[in-house]
Design a protein around this ligand. Structure first.
Ligand SMILES: [Fe+2]
Length: 231
């Protein structure tokens, strides 16, 4: 799902209102929680229904709600010329906006087995992976190793660097979206390595989660983004 389509046409005034005057908020656009492209239990047994339910309806929704609230506060602060509050809100916007961006990609990165999940990439992306990483297996090993080594919460990505014209494996901390690392990086696949993504099922064995998630990886989606990012 294109991120553009996730942007709600609702004005901020229709969101979880903080009792702010319409004159301050008219024209801003809220985010809304995108639907999953499959059912909550569709990624079983790799990712449990309970995790998917909590991950989508609790964690992702919280990022959306808090981003919208921060935008409201930002709008008021800007109207007052309150530079201190404007600056203070940047971290909230980055964290919650990043959480929305990252999870919106993540849901599309995954697909049920039998509906493309786990099927290897084809076409130009497959060729680029073999050229740069020798094989798909070696690329997955690299992503898993970097994800396992990540201290604290974050993401590990397969990206296309539009400046260099090549693939890259990158990590970001917290909910930093990949664009904060380098503006020319386009995320093809992102693996959520926050504990909330796996702990209820895999406990502290992050490596097992990382090894298993490839069984439901949607390489077709990654290939489509790769083709678009090169055109
Ligand atoms: Fe997450």
């Amino acid at each position: 799902m294109a991120l553009r389509s996730i942007l709600s046409k609702n004005t901020i005034a229709r969101s979880v209102g903080l009792g702010l005057r319409l004159g301050h908020v008219r024209g801003l656009k809220t985010l809304s929680l995108p639907d999953l492209p499959y059912g909550y239990g569709a990624l079983e047994p790799v990712i449990s229904e309970e995790i998917m339910h909590l991950h989508h309806l609790k964690h992702h929704l919280t990022y959306v709600t808090n981003y919208n609230k921060a935008l409201e506060l930002l709008d008021v602060a800007m109207g007052k010329g309150d530079a201190q509050t404007v600056v203070k809100l940047q971290s909230l916007i980055k964290f919650n906006g990043g959480g929305h961006i990252n999870h919106s990609i993540f849901w599309n990165n995954l697909a049920p087995t039998g509906e493309g999940g786990g099927e290897p990439p084809e076409g130009p992306l497959a060729g680029a992976i073999d050229k740069q990483f020798i094989s798909l297996g070696k690329l997955i090993d690299k992503i898993n190793a970097e994800g396992a080594a990540l201290q604290g919460s974050g993401w590990v990505w397969l990206a296309f660097d539009k400046e260099l014209g090549r693939l890259a494996v990158e990590t970001t901390l917290n909910q930093d979206p990949l664009v904060t690392k380098k503006a020319t990086l386009v995320p093809l696949l992102g693996v959520d390595v926050w504990e909330h993504a796996y702990y209820l099922q895999y406990k502290n064995v992050k490596q097992e989660y990382l090894s298993s998630i490839w069984k439901v990886m949607n390489w077709k989606y990654a290939g489509e983004v790769y083709d678009k990012s090169r055109s």
